[in-house]
Ligand binder design. Structure first.
Ligand code: ADP
Ligand code: MG
Length: 693
């Protein structure tokens, strides 16, 4: 057993781990002894010394020892046993609601007890409620614990004592080796990092002199070292993925720029500096013989669509096909309209493909894609169904989709011509803070459109209790009478889609009645595609004053004349969703307003969310606050839930290590390439996403 790696040693090799415990451990992802050793305590108790009773403070967890001064049963609201324990420094009450006669006998006057528990404020003095109690001899010198007591994250049926027992056995095995140090000594020493085995040992059984504070803040060098190693392995994994991608062939798309210029000449506006910069980056990407993988971030309204159209033109001019994929049919239709207006005057053949395209129409489109006569296709996920075959697909643009796994991206590759992989561009209005992006998206290049088109005035936002709904309705009426347009968004988070649509229908009916003379339209997910399209077109053309909608309009919808947005039950929505919805207004030059209607009472978090949206229009700031409030798992979506799951590291907590991780990754690849594969294997070996690409 001695030299077998602990990564290959199943937990069942430990005494006391039968099939049942093995199954419980597996629920926590623990299969090998190494997994068990990487299952670190969440906190620690100090049972290494006896604390004078007089020095206790509420919230302390401590071992105390003393003599029972009195013990009595109280019959208050609940029958309880109150034991008064004293040492030379002070006294404290032990309170029990359940107790046996034997326990009671054990704690009679004059007995010596050693107790462990958490100190609370009681009615007359500090108390320990249901402490662990042990009878000792008078003045017995302490045979207390030698190390801080670890408390493990656990699952049903696994007690802390079991965890201590199991990790104890695993640590005994560790003494015989089997957990290889993978970081080169010179790097480890230069960064003052403890050795792996020492770090693991320390974290499972910290000596009493270690700071519990540092440990519970996850700031101990041993914890940092493990988190760093894990982050490093992920970084290396993403870089390997990136390298493999970059080695594949992609068509070189170098148009002369004639088509791009023709479109620019025809636009009623000039590109912003940020749009020009990002477009230049895209043009460079496309001219390379290897597949581009770029994430373009730009706040709502920063003008990503036109940049996408220009990139598509570069592709078309080079003789290849471009595909634009949107997350909803509504958005796909809007893009199709925009692209039609921009590209058709240039003589480019455009197609549309979404779930609603069926039968003959779909067949014709598929034919056009296969024979290359359709040069640019706009659609939904339907674009990537098995029977969709392209002639010369050169570029795939995915709009409004940051929750996008490595797998999904790779599926798009299949659509390239033989031996070639199309270039890829992902556009999102949900910005990801830089350090997070550098870790989670190390396999992508990043571009940021960090400027809004000129003349936009920030949306002014108010938070209003729904008791004042009538005033809000009046406000809508005034805006519409002045010739502006408005959205009214109905939200019902937990309920079914049917109910949501029902709520929107009811709201629309009521509003149409009170707003006599105004034209009220309705759009929701259960309308048929042509109906949705008709409503959106009417709204865009100014034939509808007030559009009542569900959150289907959340992303992408662009109607610049709309300048008032009312969101019902805003307290139920997340930060980024509120920001997205609000982004539907403030697209024209006139001052826009957003009214967040809520139903009191507001919870603390909801209050904070609404305050953030009211205070700022900056998508990056909102993303930062979102991250702090929800954590990276939620913010990153698939990335975190699937591929970016960490055992020890935490992207938010350990952000400060990211630059160091990147530098270390460079250095390892350069100077110690032999340790790269084992590191990746240790931390992400089980994740096919990285390994099998
Ligand atoms: P988003 O980045 O949210 O997808 P859109 O591409 O929908 O934004 O653009 C928002 C609006 O701004 C559209 O009406 C678009 O035509 C307009 N627009 C884009 N770029 C500019 C610009 N440089 N100057 C003025 N208006 C612009
Ligand atoms: Mg958009």
């Amino acid at each position: 057993m001695a030299h077998k790696g602990l990564a290959e040693t199943p937990v069942t090799a430990l005494k006391g781990v039968g099939p049942k415990s093995a199954e419980r451990l597996q629920r926590l992802g623990i299969e090998s002894v190494q997994d068990l050793l990487f299952h670190l305590p969440i906190r620690y108790q100090d049972r290494t010394r006896i604390v004078p009773i007089g020095s206790l403070r509420p919230g302390d967890q401590a071992v105390i020892q003393g003599e029972v001064e009195s013990a009595e049963i109280r019959f208050g609201r609940r029958r309880s046993l109150l034991v008064r324990l004293v040492d030379g420094s002070g006294g404290i009450t032990l309170r029990f609601f359940h107790f046996s006669a034997a326990q009671q006998g054990n704690m009679s006057r004059g007995a010596w007890l050693r107790c462990f528990g958490e100190v609370r404020n009681g009615p007359n003095s500090y108390e320990l409620v249901h402490p662990e109690v042990q009878r000792v001899a008078e003045g017995e010198a302490a045979a207390v614990e030698q190390a801080l007591t670890p408390i493990y994250p656990t699952t049903e049926g696994m007690h802390q004592l079991t965890w201590r027992d199991l990790t104890g056995r695993a640590l005994a095995l560790l003494e015989q080796g089997g957990l290889q140090e993978l970081l080169p000594d010179e790097i480890r020493i230069a960064h003052a990092m403890p050795e792996l085995a020492d770090a693991v040992r320390l974290l499972h059984r910290p000596p009493p002199d270690q700071s519990r504070q540092l440990l519970s803040d996850n700031g101990h060098p041993a914890q940092r070292r493990l988190a760093l190693e894990e982050l490093l392995a992920h970084q290396l994994g993403l870089r390997a993925l990136r390298q493999r991608q970059r080695r594949r062939r992609a068509p070189t798309l170098r148009g002369g720029g004639r088509l791009q210029q023709a479109l620019l000449d025809q636009l009623p506006f000039m590109l912003t500096r940020a749009q020009r910069r990002v477009l230049a980056q895209l043009n460079q990407d496309l001219a390379r013989p290897h597949p581009a993988l770029r994430l373009v971030q730009g706040d709502v309204g920063s003008g990503k669509t036109i940049v996408a159209a220009l990139a598509a033109l570069c592709c078309v001019e080079a003789g290849h096909q471009a595909a634009l994929m949107a997350p909803t049919e509504l958005l796909a239709e809007q893009h199709l309209r925009n692209f039609g207006a921009w590209l058709e005057p240039l003589g480019i053949r455009l197609g549309g493909l979404s779930g609603r395209h069926k039968g003959k129409r779909r067949d014709t489109t598929l034919q056009g894609l296969a024979d290359g006569s359709i040069q640019v296709i706009v659609g939904t996920h339907a674009l990537f169904q098995g029977d969709v075959v392209f002639d010369r697909l050169g570029l795939v643009i995915v709009d409004e989709q940051h929750r996008f796994g490595v797998h999904q991206r790779l599926a798009l590759h299949e659509k390239g011509a033989a031996g070639q992989v199309p270039h890829q561009l992902v556009m999102t209005a949900t910005p990801i803070p830089r350090t997070l992006a550098m870790t989670a998206y190390a396999d992508l290049d990043l571009s940021v459109i960090d400027e809004l088109p000129p003349g936009r005035t920030p949306v002014s936002t108010v938070v209003v209790a729904d008791a004042r709904r009538d005033q809000v309705v009046e406000r809508v009426a005034r805006a519409c009478i002045e010739g502006r347009q408005a959205y009214w968004v109905c939200t019902l988070i937990e309920e079914s889609e049917v109910l949501q649509c029902q709520a929107a229908e009811d709201t629309a009916a009521v509003l149409a009645e009170v707003l006599e003379g105004l034209r009220v339209g309705l759009v929701h997910g259960r309308l048929k595609a042509p109906e949705k399209e008709a409503v959106m077109t009417a709204f865009k053309d100014g034939d509808i004053d007030l559009l009542v909608a569900t959150t289907v309009i959340e992303v992408g919808v662009d109607v610049p004349n709309a300048s008032l947005m009312v969101i019902e039950n805003a307290e139920r929505l997340g930060l980024s969703q509120l920001h997205q919805l609000r982004g539907r207004v403030g697209r024209g030059a006139q001052q826009s307003h957003c009214v967040l209607l809520y139903h009191p009472p507001l919870g603390e978090l909801a209050q904070e969310r609404l305050a953030v949206v009211r205070e700022t229009n900056d998508g990056f700031e909102i993303a930062r606050r979102d991250l702090a409030m929800r954590g990276p798992g939620e913010v990153l979506g698939t990335r975190q839930t699937g591929e970016m799951q960490f055992r020890i590291a935490d992207l938010l907590r350990d952000q400060d290590m990211v630059p160091q991780v990147q530098a270390l990754a460079d250095r390892l690849l350069e100077e110690h390439p032999a340790c790269v594969a084992p590191l990746m294997h240790r931390w992400i070996g089980h994740k096919v996403q990285y390994a099998d690409v």
